[in-house]
Design a protein around this ligand. Structure first.
Ligand SMILES: *[C@@H]1O[C@H](CO)[C@@H](O)[C@H](O)[C@H]1NC(C)=O
Length: 456
C-alpha cells in the first residue's frame, strides 16, 4: 500500500509540474503575442520575414567567422522575460517570427572586439549571402593620449543590409578599467546617408560604456542567439551609458603651460589617490549607490585627465536620494574609518573617510528647482555654506583606469565651482571663500551641534 501511494504521488507530481510548464509556455506565448508585433496582414508578414531573414543570414556569417556577437537590440530584449535564468525558447512554428521581428528596420548586435580578429574577407562573404555591408570607422580613443598614434582609426560599427532590413553590429572594445566601450557612429562625407535610418538606431548617437555582461544562449524564433543573462541590468545600463572621452588634447596643452609635477611626493599622492578611488568606487558600487567625481577630482579629470597632486583628497558627489545609512559601515569595513560627518540627511550632509594619507570626501547633492546644491559646515563655528550648481546629468568616463561618472555638462559644473579661470592652477584654496558658487547659509543651532558636527 505505501508503495502504491508513493507511485501515485510521484505521478501526480509529474502531472502537476507538466501542467505548470504548459501554463508557463502558454503564458509566455500570450505575453509575446500581446506585446510582440506579430501582424496578420500580408505586408506585415512579409516585412517580418525580411527581418528574420537578414538576422538568419547575419548569424550564418557570424558562425562562419566565429564572430563573438551577442544581441543588444532593445526592442527584442524588451520582449523577453527579465532576469530569467530559465531556457528561453520562443520557437515558433512555421514562418512566424515572434520575438526577433520587431517591425523596426534594424536589429542590433554587439561584437566583442577583444575576442575578434579583423578579417578583410568579411565583406566578400557578406556579399555572397546577399548582405550589403557598410563599415564605419572612427578614432581609437585608447591611443588619443599618444601623440604619434592619435588619429588611428578602428572599426566602430558595421551595418549589414538586405531587403530593407539591417543588422547593426556595434563593436564593443575593452578598455583599461575592464569595461566595454563603443564609439559614436559618425558618417564620413562619402557614405550613403540613407543606407539605414541612422537617426533611429539605438546605439551610436553617442559613445557608451558598459560592464561586461554575462551571456547565455537563447533560442529565438528558431535561431540560437547569445543574449545578456540579466536583461534588465543591461537595459538599465543602456539607459545611462553615455560616455565622455577625456579632453586629452586640452590636457596636453595644459601640461605644456604647467608641466606635470613628477616629484616623489606627487607620484605617491597619485598612487594613493588611485587606490582610494578604486576602493571607494567598489564600496559604493557594491551598495548600488551611484556617484560622480566632484570638486577638485572632477577638475583634475576635466583639465588634465588626472588627479591634481596638491589637492590632498578625493571628492565624490552622491544624490541625497541615493543615501543609505549603511554607507558609513561599508566604508569602515573597507578599511576607511569615518573622519567626519557634517550636516544631516535633510540638510547639508557631508561624509569624510580617512584612507592612507589621503581622504575621500563625499558630498551629498540636493535638488531644488533648476539648481542643485551641496552643503559645507565649519566645525569650529557651526557656520553653514552652500555650493550651488546648475542641474546636470551623469555620464561615464575613465580616470586612473576606472570607469567612473562625471557630470555630462562638465564645463558648466567646473565653471560654477571654479569660475571662468578654472584652467589656471590655484594652489591656495579656501573652501569657505574660494569657490565661485559658495554662499553663506547661516549657522547650525547650538543644540544640534552634537548631531551635525561629528569629528573623529
Ligand atoms: C539583475 O540585475 C539587477 C540589477 O540591475 C539585480 O537587482 C538583479 O538581482 C539581477 N538579477 C539576477 C537574476 O541576477
Amino acid at each position: 500500500m505505501p508503495r502504491i501511494n508513493k507511485t501515485v504521488v510521484l505521478a501526480l507530481l509529474i502531472a502537476a509540474s507538466s501542467v505548470f510548464l504548459l501554463f508557463q509556455l502558454y503564458y509566455y506565448r500570450q505575453y509575446v503575442s500581446k506585446h510582440g508585433t506579430v501582424s496578420n496582414s500580408k505586408a506585415g508578414q512579409k516585412g517580418s520575414d525580411a527581418q528574420w531573414q537578414v538576422v538568419k543570414k547575419f548569424l550564418g556569417l557570424v558562425s562562419k567567422y566565429n564572430l563573438p556577437v551577442f544581441l543588444i537590440d532593445t526592442a527584442v530584449l524588451g520582449l523577453l522575460p527579465l532576469d530569467s535564468t530559465q531556457q528561453r525558447d520562443s520557437q515558433a512554428e512555421g514562418p512566424h517570427c515572434q520575438t526577433l521581428c520587431t517591425h523596426r528596420e534594424f536589429t542590433t548586435f554587439a561584437l566583442l572586439a577583444k575576442l575578434w580578429k579583423y578579417d578583410a574577407s568579411l565583406a566578400q562573404a557578406a556579399a555572397e549571402r546577399g548582405l550589403e555591408l557598410l563599415e564605419v570607422r572612427g578614432k581609437d580613443p585608447r591611443l588619443v593620449g599618444l601623440d604619434d598614434l592619435s588619429g588611428t582609426e578602428i572599426p566602430l560599427h558595421f551595418l549589414f543590409r538586405r531587403n530593407g532590413h539591417a543588422v547593426h553590429l556595434v563593436v564593443f572594445y575593452e578598455r583599461s578599467g575592464n569595461y566595454l566601450w563603443h564609439g559614436p557612429l559618425r558618417l564620413k562625407p562619402n557614405m550613403d546617408r540613407k543606407f539605414v535610418p541612422f537617426r533611429k538606431l539605438d546605439f551610436g548617437r553617442q559613445a557608451g560604456a558598459y560592464d561586461r555582461p554575462e551571456l547565455v544562449v537563447a533560442s529565438l524564433d528558431g535561431l540560437d542567439v547569445r543574449i545578456p543573462r540579466n536583461i534588465s541590468r543591461f537595459l538599465s545600463e543602456r539607459a545611462q551609458a553615455r560616455f565622455l572621452e577625456c579632453r586629452y588634447r586640452d590636457a596636453r596643452a595644459f601640461y605644456q603651460l604647467y608641466p606635470d609635477d613628477t616629484s616623489p611626493e606627487a607620484m605617491d599622492f597619485r598612487m594613493k589617490a588611485k587606490s582610494l578611488l578604486h576602493l571607494a568606487a567598489r564600496t559604493l558600487t557594491d551598495l548600488g549607490v551611484p556617484f560622480w567625481l566632484s570638486s577638485g577630482t572632477c577638475l583634475g579629470w576635466f583639465r588634465q585627465c588626472s588627479v591634481i597632486p596638491y589637492s590632498k583628497d578625493v571628492d565624490l558627489g552622491i544624490w541625497i536620494r541615493d543615501y543609505r545609512p549603511d554607507i558609513i559601515q561599508a566604508f569602515q569595513k573597507a578599511g576607511l574609518p569615518l573622519k567626519h560627518k557634517f550636516g544631516k540627511v535633510e540638510d547639508s550632509l557631508e561624509l569624510s573617510f580617512q584612507g592612507l594619507d589621503v581622504k575621500v570626501d563625499i558630498f551629498f547633492f540636493y535638488e531644488e528647482g533648476d539648481i542643485v546644491w551641496n552643503g559645507g559646515t565649519q566645525a569650529k563655528s557651526g557656520k553653514k555654506f552652500k555650493y550651488v550648481f546648475p542641474r546636470f546629468t551623469l555620464c561615464w568616463t575613465e580616470l586612473l583606469e576606472l570607469k567612473v561618472r562625471v557630470p555630462c555638462e562638465t564645463l558648466d559644473y567646473v565653471e560654477a565651482n571654479y569660475g571662468p579661470n578654472w584652467n589656471i592652477p590655484v594652489k591656495t584654496w579656501d573652501w569657505k571663500t574660494s569657490p565661485s558658487n559658495v554662499r553663506e547659509n547661516g549657522v547650525w543651532p547650538v543644540r544640534e551641534w552634537d548631531e551635525v558636527i561629528q569629528v573623529y
